[in-house]
Design a protein around this ligand. Structure first.
Ligand code: ZN
Ligand code: ZN
Length: 439
């Protein structure tokens, strides 16, 4: 039997749920696990199972600023889920396997840099925690995260929005038709990281045909140009035609071919809520593709239900691809324009809604554009909860490989804010020193 070695990590999180009957529940992994055992995949010599480790709070605080503190917002299940992603990544880094797939929950791609609660079933961003762990412990630099969940990976985008070394590509059902509503083509990264955020919003009803046009004509050439040290796939499976939460028309075969072409080093499970009709097939297809095995016989029993792509969608997707190819070709010139336009400071204000926690957050972000480093950032955040509580914080973030000027200015910014006393909490996140302190 041929094949490439593949590591699998399972963590169904039996003791964690939003509510008992919530679509994001432990059965999502249990059916898949049954299917994998039934198919004998764990008996194959090139597939090896790893036990998830527990991530440390510090691993999560390398990415997130929790208000009032991350420890109060998460359970051990979150640290095992992130730890499972880290276990998968370390198995690859140590060359114990060619690639690895972390089938873990709770998911993570809607968790943003600042965390007030749970949104889109996510509290900490397990891929981002894994990426920053690899950077800290293995010295990785250029990383590509390709998010193939049906929902826009808004949290992962947010975490890396100012980082030119992380290419974040999200394929998703157009935000005008689906949660969380973001992920328009115009969201391209802040000026210093312009073009490192790529959003490809697809029309409802996109099939394998449309998905593979986007993959062949946009995603794969972009990855080739970016030359990442590692490719990570946020492997959400809710693009499947039977998924109850979305409106796309992708099959297990479509996902398996995507996996084979992408050749990700690490895949991390994200969404996918057709627990019996899709997940066992899609996951089996992905596992076989990652292991370099024949996946042609993985076919859903109700495949006849999968619709065909409309002519309108085919034309729409062709136009979208052409527009993106044009932006990508001109990205250096567009970046220079964006940097010149921003001047010394780039700012944006946003409202962020935590659907699972009933929290409305207002945020103002500022990035100092620095010619010598990524530039320090500050975030002023105010969260109002459904229950009537309100909480505010100010944070300054010192980037990796920061210059001395940015370091001193970031420290001064948080101390000045504290003297003004307009917020409840003050934080300094120092990526260089690997610390998060409350000031
Ligand atoms: Zn999703
Ligand atoms: Zn600087």
């Amino acid at each position: 039997m041929s094949g490439k070695s593949l590591g699998l990590v399972f963590f169904p999180a039996f003791d964690w749920a939003i509510t008992p009957a919530h679509p994001e529940r432990e059965e999502r992994l249990l059916y898949t696990r049954d299917q994998i055992v039934e198919e004998g995949l764990l008996d194959l010599p090139n597939i090896k199972e790893f036990r998830p480790r527990l991530a440390r709070l510090q691993d999560a605080e390398r990415v997130h600023i929790g208000v009032p503190g991350l420890a109060q917002l998460i359970t051990d299940a979150h640290l095992v889920s992130a730890g499972g992603a880290i276990t998968a990544a370390e198995a690859v880094m140590r060359r114990e396997v060619h690639s690895a797939f972390a089938l873990v929950r709770p998911p993570g791609h809607h968790a943003m840099r600042v965390v007030h609660g749970t949104r889109g079933f996510c509290t900490i961003n397990i891929e981002a925690v894994m990426v920053e762990y690899l950077r800290r412990h293995y010295g990785l630099n250029r990383v590509a995260v390709v998010d193939t969940d049906v929902h826009h990976g808004d949290g992962t985008q947010d975490v890396f929005y100012h980082d030119p070394d992380t290419l974040f590509i999200s394929l998703h059902q157009d935000g005008r038709t689906l949660y969380p509503g973001t992920g328009a083509m115009s969201e391209l990264g802040s000026p210093g990281a312009f073009g490192a955020t790529v959003n490809i919003p697809l029309p409802p009803g996109t099939t394998d045909q449309g998905l593979h046009v986007v993959l062949d004509q946009l995603v794969l050439p972009m990855l080739e140009d970016f030359k990442p040290d590692m490719i990570i796939n946020s492997a959400g499976q809710d693009n499947h035609y039977s998924d109850p939460l979305a409106n796309m028309a992708i099959t297990a075969q479509g996902y398996a071919r995507l996996t084979e072409k992408l050749g990700a080093d690490i895949a991390v499970l994200e969404g996918g809520y057709a627990i019996e009709d899709a997940l066992p097939y899609v996951n089996t297809g992905i596992i076989l593709a990652m292991a370099g095995l024949d996946y042609s016989r993985v076919v859903e029993p109700d495949i006849a239900r999968c619709p065909r792509q409309s002519e309108t969608n085919t034309r729409y997707i062709a136009k979208l691809v052409a527009e993106w190819q044009d932006i990508w070709r001109r990205r250096d010139e567009l970046k220079r324009e964006a940097v010149a336009k921003a001047g010394d400071l780039w700012q944006r204000r946003r409202n962020i809604y935590y659907d699972d926690s009933g929290i409305q957050e207002q945020q103002q972000e500022t990035v100092r554009q620095c010619p010598f480093c990524q530039g320090y950032q500050t975030v002023a955040t105010q969260a109002d909860s459904r229950a009537g509580g309100s909480r505010s914080a100010f944070a300054a973030i010192i980037p990796r490989q920061s210059c001395g000027v940015c370091r001193r200015q970031a420290q001064a910014a948080v101390h000045n804010a504290k003297q003004d006393g307009r917020h409840d909490h003050y934080y300094l996140q120092d990526k260089e020193q690997d610390t998060l302190e409350e000031i």
